[in-house]
Design a protein around this ligand. Structure first.
Ligand code: ADA
Length: 604
């Protein structure tokens, strides 16, 4: 049976302050590794964490830090493989196990798994030694995000959980859950047909053929009853993998649909059994049945119009950096619920698995994004960058494809989408994304308004507008959105058929606690006033505006000393709550207006 062993806890670190290991070649370094490890003074740290919180000299460190730990080979490994799961390492991880170079992983915000069975020590009494060099330095031309002027903090470290996983050599290698839901007519509140498909891949790494049974069941944790189950007789030849769909018709009266208001989840158990009834492998997941649609310029969830009353959210906290513990994520989401938020974008990178679990559980629609951020034409034209973007997309899709909360995948933010290079990059990304996941919306986020050359590719139009903050008057919003709407509706149909517009970013900096009767810039009152204007405008134009995602939920740390428009306190201060999650005036305004917008659902 599959088993997990957490490796979280006390590890050791050594920071390469003098850049001794710059451009490290992991394979070549094998010969020096032992002496290197013995000669350094290692200090204790707790994983997961960011090194920026370890000691003052590391608070703005962009370079290499080495980490080490050790573990015993788990018991009962017969006919099993050992995997090492990393939830997230920023940015490049070079990994050695028992002195042997395993490989590198480059991509800061996604999970990855490596198989280490062949690297283990033979004597089970010996500890296996794991050494990882983590490098978060800038300047590699295939890196995403690519530039130091990115508007979020480049934390370093092993910032998400690490675990060992014992997996039988005959296993449920992967599974993809999908549902298809039909309603009898456009106004109906209950579906007439539900079908669930679980695409299962069974891998047989043994040298004997397998025959047995695969069970898929749906369990209702509220009634504690099985909704139904399916059984497949199965044969998988030695050293092959077999992929097949298990199709389960579900009687609509037996399940309740998932929505932000009622996040009903069912447990899906997938179990592989031998011919004589012994469980070989088992995996469980939670799934909510839902139907998301775009009809013209409007969003529908379960046959009912929905407005995306949203915000954006970074993973950041003064005490933890981006290694935000699940308890805090939970508290954040409860605060967002209270403000009537039903949707948010994890800006600008795939966020923690714990957060996505909570979105499923508490009822949030979530947008996950590749950190292709502010790319200029020469980077958009760079094949290596495109490759990195695709790898990010692949890793985030593989980890999160079964999450009910996923509203859309976003392939980029504020790149030069008005250029030919931008168009080409996005054509490639959209093709790639739609092939992997034909059933979900794919978007990109634009700040190019009517100049944008890629709105024809996207499922809905995402516009970032800072009129009234960085320049002009916030009333310019009307012209900017109006122009895009006119192009969308004119007879040339440059953007394809009309689709919803979502204001994916808008906001103003507000220093926590700074009040101003005269609505001076940087005050909480200025911010609240701007948010009120924008949200009201969108509500009034709900005929073609499907949602608002405020920039943003909480203040977050940045490292942008040279930015002319300012980042007082080295923070981006556009949160509706502070970095310690204290409410600003704008939070109350959003709560009030989103309650009103919720009431308007179905009214246009
Ligand atoms: C951009 C960007 C955000 C943030 C914002 C701001 O639109 O997408 O990451 O930096 O500007 O606060 O200026």
């Amino acid at each position: 049976m599959r088993r997990f062993i957490s490796l979280d806890g006390i590890w050791f670190y050594w920071a390469d302050y003098n850049n001794e290991c710059k451009d490290l070649d992991g394979k070549a370094f094998e010969t020096q590794l032992e002496d290197f490890v013995d000669s350094k003074e290692w200090k204790k740290c707790r994983i997961p964490s960011v090194w920026n919180k370890y000691e003052p000299a590391l608070s703005r460190f962009y370079g290499s830090v080495f980490f080490k730990t050790s573990f015993k080979t788990p018991e009962h490994m017969k006919n099993c493989s050992l995997l090492l799961n990393f939830g997230g390492i920023n940015y490049k991880a070079t990994i050695w196990i028992n002195g042997k170079f395993f490989g590198d992983h480059e991509a800061g915000y996604t999970s990855f798994t490596i198989e280490i069975s062949e690297f283990l020590k033979e004597d089970k009494r010996d500890e296996n030694e794991l050494v990882i060099c983590v490098d978060n330095s800038w300047g590699h031309d295939d890196r995403l995000p690519w530039v130091k002027t990115v508007d979020f903090f480049n934390y370093g470290g092993i910032f998400r959980p690490v675990s060992l996983e014992v997996v039988p050599k005959l296993s449920i290698f992967d599974y993809t859950i999908k549902d298809s839901i039909e309603f009898p007519d456009a106004g109906a509140s209950s579906p007439s047909k539900i079908e669930m498909t679980v695409d299962v891949i069974v891998e047989n790494e043994l040298d004997i053929d397998y025959s047995g049974r695969l069970f898929v069941d749906i369990f209702d944790p509220v009634s504690t009853k099985y909704v139904l189950f399916a059984i497949e007789e199965l044969k998988v030849d030695a050293s092959t993998a077999f992929s097949f769909p298990v199709i389960i018709p579900v009687k609509p009266s037996l399940v309740k649909l998932w929505s932000p208001e009622n996040p009903n989840l069912y447990k899906i158990n997938i179990r592989l059994e031998s011919e004589n009834g012994i469980t070989i492998d088992e995996q469980s997941w939670r799934w909510g049945f839902k139907k998301l649609e775009i009809r013209g310029t409007k969003f529908f969830l379960n046959n009912k119009q929905i407005f995306l009353r949203g915000t954006n959210k970074h993973e950041d906290h003064p005490d933890y950096g981006m290694a935000v513990p699940a308890e805090l994520q939970y508290a954040d989401l409860l605060k967002m619920k209270e403000a009537n938020i039903n949707c948010f974008r994890g800006s600008h990178y795939p966020q923690s698995e714990a957060l996505l679990d909570l979105c499923d559980e508490l009822g949030f629609l979530y947008v996950e994004e590749v950190p292709a951020y502010s790319l200029p034409p020469e980077h958009l034209a760079n094949e290596k960058i495109l490759e990195t973007a695709k790898r990010y997309f692949y890793e985030m899709y593989i980890r999160d494809k079964n999450h009910t909360c996923i509203l859309a995948w976003s392939v980029s933010n504020e790149t030069h989408t008005q250029t030919g290079a931008g168009r080409k990059f996005h054509e490639e990304m959209f093709k790639y994304a739609r092939k992997l996941d034909p059933g979900r919306f794919v978007i990109f986020v634009s700040n190019k308004a009517a100049m944008d050359a890629c709105f024809g590719l996207t499922d809905f139009i995402c516009m970032n507008i800072y009129a009234g903050w960085y320049s002009g008057d916030y009333k310019d919003l009307k012209n900017m959105v109006g122009l895009v709407k006119d192009i969308m509706m004119d007879e040339d149909r440059e953007y394809g058929e009309p689709k919803p517009i979502v204001l994916t970013e808008f906001g103003a900096g507000a220093i926590p606690g700074y009040r101003s009767w005269d609505l001076l810039k940087w005050s909480e009152d200025f911010q609240a006033n701007l948010l009120e204007y924008y949200i009201n405008f969108c509500m009034e134009n709900r005929e073609f505006i499907g949602g608002t995602w405020i920039w943003l939920f909480h203040d977050f740390q940045v490292d942008l000393p040279a930015r002319p428009d300012g980042r007082p306190r080295s923070y981006n201060n556009k949160g509706m709550v502070s970095e310690f999650r204290q409410q600003k005036v704008g939070y109350g305004v959003v709560k009030r207006l989103y309650a009103k917008w919720k009431e308007l659902e179905g009214s246009s």
